[in-house]
Design a protein around this ligand. Sequence first.
Ligand SMILES: Nc1nc2c(ncn2[C@@H]2O[C@H](COP(=O)(O)OP(=O)(O)OP(=O)(O)O)[C@@H](O)[C@H]2O)c(=O)[nH]1
Length: 310
Amino acid sequence: MIGDNEGVSSSAAEFRAGFACFVGRPNVGKSTLMNALVGAKVAITSSKPQTTRRAIRGIVTRPDAQLVIVDTPGLHRPRTLLGERLDSLVLSTLTEVDVIGFCVPANEPIGKGDRFIAEKLAAVKKTPVVAVVTKCDLASREQIAGQLLAVSRLADFAEIVPVSAESGEQLGTLGDLLVDRLPESPPLYAGGELTDEPEHVLVAELIREAALEGVRDELPHSIAVLVEEMVPRQGRDDLLDVYAQMYVERPSQKAIVIGPKGARLKEVGTRARKHIEALLGTHVYLDLRIKVAKDWQRDPKQLRRLGFYD
Ligand SMILES: Nc1nc2c(ncn2[C@@H]2O[C@H](COP(=O)(O)OP(=O)(O)OP(=O)(O)O)[C@@H](O)[C@H]2O)c(=O)[nH]1
């Protein structure tokens, strides 16, 4: 008994906890990687670039450590007001975390975008950077070796590790490399918690993800979802009414989302509802409406309304 207690107290003293974030140009697999490490779906993923707009935290709790992962939007050159705000969000995130994972895919040559980010990271001197070569399941051994070498020439990284979120290869190693750079600290969040995003934000993200499936390339940047109300149905403890508003920028986009005779919007609603039910563990009635908010990405007032604060 005494031996057990000693074991607990000595491991508690070495417990590490802190924050990590993944950066990289859009579509390199940051969200997928975070989900694979956390083991649950908390950040949305899609094959379209720049679907992630918020710093969503996923929490990995192990016997020896707790890693809180902040998922950042793709770092890119500002084009719209929304883009500028995203970039300042990313840069402030970088100085607040204990370790940064810089993601470069194994199956694409290093380009201007990667160099742009590597330069930004070099300027954030106080945070160690682990370079992560992602999507290794899509590349040959030679390609991976070449990419590791090319990445090592980009900047002076603390470590470079090849991984695949798809096959799970080297995810444990990556976890260890990140944890090694966390300070000694008791856990920051209670066990079992996977994310600290408010529920309505996660619900809005699930709806947006459902709406993005199978639509044209320009649409992702133009869709925003606001969950206006989530209330238990009167007299029922197993049913939640969710009222959500989807915004697009142009009437033509509204028509795409709605589809012929409303078929697409109905599909989006059904898909989103299933994910929300899985997230919240209750039956859900989803009231989903769609509105045109002209050029909302360029309008500070509308941006604030949709949750993108200065
Ligand atoms: N085969 C394979 N595909 C992957 C892997 N990781 C991500 N992907 C795919 O790559 C695409 C982009 O992944 P995301 O995780 O959304 O990329 P992201 O970097 O978070 O993208 P943004 O949110 O746009 O910045 C998706 O279609 C993923 O399924 C991997 O390890 N292997």
